[in-house]
Design a protein around this ligand. Structure first.
Ligand code: ZN
Length: 273
């Protein structure tokens, strides 16, 4: 599968943000003689704008983020993050088989390293794998520099290279946080950043019915749906598979099919979002 390149348009929002970050201290230096608060305002505003673009997962100011895909059919793209997990992956695959659903697994490199047979199983059952960093540094990735970002992407990519014809084309940042250095590194590797349309919030919710209910309620054709695996294993070993099962049955009831979109269906401003 050859990935369709994202149109290489100049990103004016990114240019503005970076130029403003440089100009803001100069402005502050100029204004400090008149009023201290007025002088601090441009620096404050510049930081707020940079933080917003970094911390808001679907914000496109630094570069394209796929938040949905183009379709006129009742189809959704189910994405399952944070695996593979010895506790859940096989159960999740059995559920996907039962509901004739396809999914993309955004896997963490160091977990894939421990159970490569699960990657083989995911691919053998007709699903896809994608890059979710090597160590999933969700608390620090937003502040990582180019070297660390490259290492996280490349170490994971190395583990996912299941065959020359099946490289992973998609990347999702840990917790969706991506800073100003992420897009240039992705572009260099022809990787597409995937956001989401709807999350079940299964990392914080405790009730699988609420997780599935939120997804089914907010889903529309072309939605990118996020679920997780490998969570709350000690407290409730069946939590993640149960979330998936209820989500799949809820989506089926509403007539939705879970598909993997073709690369040309992915556009930063796909219809409906
Ligand atoms: Zn994750």
């Amino acid at each position: 599968m050859e990935i369709a390149p994202i149109p290489d348009r100049p990103n004016w929002a990114r240019r503005f943000l970076l130029a403003f970050a440089v100009i803001a201290p100069c402005l502050a230096f100029y204004l400090v003689r008149t009023n201290l608060f007025l002088a601090l305002a441009p620096i404050f505003l510049s930081h707020i704008l940079l933080l917003y673009a970094t911390l808001v997962a679907n914000c496109q100011w630094f570069g394209p983020v796929m938040r949905s895909f183009e379709t006129t059919e009742p189809e959704v793209w189910l994405t399952i993050d944070d695996g593979p997990s010895p506790e859940h992956t096989i159960a999740m695959l059995d559920l996907l088989d039962r509901f004739q659903a396809r999914a993309t697994f955004f896997v963490i490199g160091h977990r894939a390293e421990k159970c490569p047979h699960l990657l083989t199983e995911i691919l053998a059952r007709g699903h896809e794998i994608a890059n979710h960093t090597y160590s999933h540094p969700s608390a620090t990735f937003w502040a990582a520099g180019p070297g660390r970002i490259s290492a996280e992407i490349d170490l994971c990519a190395e583990l996912l290279r299941a065959g020359p014809d099946r490289p992973a084309h998609y990347f999702r940042a840990p917790a969706g946080l991506k800073n100003v250095f992420v897009h240039p590194e992705l572009k260099r590797r022809r990787l597409v950043l995937i956001g989401w349309t709807v999350r079940g919030l299964d990392t914080v919710q405790r009730d699988p019915a609420q997780v599935a209910g939120r997804i089914v309620r907010k889903t529309r054709p072309g939605a990118i749906v996020v679920l997780h695996e490998g969570q709350r294993v000690a407290k409730d070993p069946a939590f993640n598979p149960r979330c998936l099962e209820l989500t799949l049955s809820g989506l089926l009831e509403k007539g939705y099919r879970c598909v993997i979109p073709r690369p040309e269906q992915l556009r930063p401003h796909a219809a409906g979002k």
